[in-house]
Ligand binder design. Structure first.
Ligand code: MG
Length: 158
């Protein structure tokens, strides 16, 4: 049995926050604002896994009202989504992703982000796709006020 889940996330960029994206601390003057470390890419992948499992969304599993998850590393969410998939007899077959960011330029960090995703979602690097795009100057992302991410995850039973 094959299942596909999709995920989307967006967080605002604010001065004084570390920029954590794809499990990587990226040097930048601003970082993503959120209850956890606000890693929009890990959140989109996590949501795609929960989606494919029919297990709600990331907020159902890790409430942003719960102080336990304040500034939490999103790798914890990744591990829990992987655990849920495994417990239901599914394996991750492929993770495909898009990051939409006007700044900083992510080209130099793509390789490491792919490796981090593979490590934390327990797949091989060859099972991870990562595209980094800009928003061509349009909207809040294009103005450098936010970063968004999308993910599609394929799960197979067995
Ligand atoms: Mg999020």
């Amino acid at each position: 049995m094959v299942r596909v889940g999709i995920g989307y996330d967006i967080h605002a960029l604010k001065k004084g926050r570390p920029l954590i994206l794809g499990g990587l601390h990226i040097p930048h003057s601003k970082g993503l604002l959120g209850h956890s470390d606000a890693d929009a890419l890990y959140h989109a992948i996590t949501d795609a896994i929960f989606g494919a499992l029919g297990e709600g969304d990331i907020g159902d599993h890790f409430s942003d009202k719960d102080p336990k998850w304040k500034n939490a590393a999103s790798v914890l969410f990744a591990r829990e989504a992987v655990r849920c998939a495994k417990a239901r007899g599914f394996k991750i077959s492929f993770i495909d992703t898009i990051v939409v960011a006007e700044e900083p330029k992510l080209f130099a960090f793509k390789k490491q982000m792919r490796e981090n995703i593979a490590r934390d979602f327990k797949v091989r690097v060859s099972q991870v796709g990562l595209k980094a795009k800009t928003n061509e100057g349009f909207g809040p992302i294009g103005k450098g006020r936010a970063i968004a991410a999308e993910a599609a995850v394929t799960l197979v039973k067995g």
